[in-house]
Design a protein around this ligand. Structure first.
Ligand code: C5P
Length: 220
């Protein structure tokens, strides 16, 4: 395994995790889904019955909660020993996560975990601030985007396939709101790193995007 570091950032539904997993597989690197970590904290806050607007309480939860991502093909997400892989994809979590992710102390804690993951060896890490903040020295930085309509459509199909009955309009609105929150927050907002390659995936096939990134990684 090499110690290559690849950062993949971008808005919701741009295909980051699908692409990141395949790139990691192709290059024999770890894949780290940092969004899952923020989701785990949001899930924990919601299930603790505290208000997600209570920055102090949410920050305390982030300090105390043990979040673990396993590196098996199942990619299980654990929160204090509980398997939350499915639960963190719930619409309630998706709606709460950007609020929680805007808190400086929550980010501080999770960035520490993310850097520890990267210290284990080569990684493909996806998120919002990987190229700008978590791994500023990454060998390759990709900023994946796609039209808002296509991103919402992909997410909507994903939800339909997992048996969740939500309207396209609802998915579109939730996604817009979450992206806005991510771009407008004070701490590590969503934006491309200065040295990121911006890839618009609208209308592209997953395998073409993956091939392109593998080529960029090889060019070094
Ligand atoms: O990647 P995913 O859509 O699962 O991320 C969920 C949320 O977690 C994002 O909308 C964002 O609020 C937050 N996040 C973040 N920084 C990251 C990864 C995710 O703020 N590096």
């Amino acid at each position: 395994q090499s110690d290559l570091q690849i950062a993949i950032d971008g808005p919701a539904g741009a295909g980051k995790s699908t692409v990141a997993k395949l790139v990691a597989k192709g290059l024999d690197l770890f894949y780290v889904d940092t969004g899952a970590m923020y989701r785990a904290i949001a899930y924990k806050a919601l299930s603790s019955g505290i208000s997600i607007n209570d920055e102090e309480k949410v920050s305390q939860i982030a300090q105390r909660t043990e979040v673990m991502l396993d590196h098996s093909d199942e990619r299980l997400v654990w929160c204090d020993g509980q398997n939350v892989t499915q639960a963190i994809r719930n619409p309630e979590v998706s709606r709460a996560v950007a609020t929680v992710a805007a808190y400086a102390k929550v980010r501080e804690r999770l960035v520490e975990l993310q850097r520890m993951e990267a210290a284990r060896g080569g990684v493909v890490m996806d998120g919002r601030d990987i190229g700008t903040h978590v791994l500023p020295e990454a060998d390759l930085k990709i900023f994946l985007t796609a039209s808002a309509d296509e991103r919402a459509r992909r997410r909507w199909i994903e939800l339909q396939n997992s048996g969740r009955n939500v309207s396209f309009e609802e998915v579109f609105q939730d996604m817009q709101r979450r992206d806005r929150q991510d771009m407008e927050r004070e701490v590590s907002p969503l934006k491309p790193a200065r040295d990121a390659k911006i890839l618009d995936t609208t209308g592209l096939k997953v395998e073409d995007i993956v091939t392109k990134i593998l080529r960029l990684a090889q060019e070094g």
